[in-house]
Design a protein around this ligand. Sequence first.
Ligand code: FES
Ligand SMILES: [Fe+2]
Length: 355
Amino acid sequence: MTQSFPLNAWYAACWDAEATRNLLSRTICGKKIVLYRRLDGHPVALDDACWHRLVPLSQGKLDGDNVICGYHGLVFEPGGRCIHMPSQEMINPSACVRSYPVVVRHRLVWIWTGDPALADASKVPDLHWQDDSNWVGDIETLRLPCNYRLVLDNLMDLTHETFVHAGSIGDASVAETPFSVTHSNDTVTVTRWMLNVDPPPFLKKQLGKPGNVDRWQIITFQVPSSIVIDGGVALAGTGAPEGDRSQGINHMVVNTVTPESESSCLYFWSFPRNYRIQDERLTKSQHQNVSAIFRQDEVVLTAQQKAIDENPDKEFYNLNIDAGAMWVRRILAARVEQDSARGLSKGTLQVAPAE
Ligand code: FES
Ligand SMILES: [Fe+2]
């Protein structure tokens, strides 16, 4: 089976607060990686297999900025080079583990899994609502037993809200309203405006005003696997579609999904809002509500992956509602293709020892 995820890309490895002075083991794009923080606070990501006998470095310990393997005591510096071997003066120059480019941005630690020469920090997905002081929301990680693209499909097509999330955010207007799709080389946007509709219970409560609303869902994908959903409602006819959201409420669903393997992924999400931002109880209750909604998605996605595995000879059919997801899959397939044209597929990257 061809690998479904591009490697020349930034993926979220963990939340900023999870990278500490303890060794954290993660699987990212099929690679075992150990993460920690240097004494100056900068995060480090190394292959989680010792050069000597492949014992996970995450089972070792930190000594200053370096990792000591827990088996025979080889010491590796943050660049991945071995700087100490027991019982010998000479250090084999090939003794190194791969060190990955890492960037901290928008409350997440991002790792570049491809050719380090191509790692451009300006290409980290824009999830700024997570650290913008005008927005507030809690964060959460889910580990889902499915291919990461199933999560992207799910988020690009919110028609499923009508059926999976009936009673909270889903009602007939989502599935009945047409939408538009635009795309570039690395983004896809799905826009849906539901004009003069009865708001679903969750949003009605947040708005706190009677009457029909204009409701929007503007979904933006950024390569390789981040999706931000700009959502909200404003009193009907008060100009929200033209840009005046003052009579409404606005939240973002910020999602980034990191493949662990072809059949599991880490799903980092938050639900920032820009109203009543001092209200911590509201932050907590909104997070709980959205978390319960995502548990409903988890049930569907788990069952979907199982059915895919049980039906290897069957394919997906595409409908109009899949237009956004299809563009996402096309962009990802093109990125995987580019990787293999560069000779970069799983396990083939040769990394020279650090100088
Ligand atoms: S396996 Fe790491 S030092 Fe031997
Ligand atoms: Fe959902």
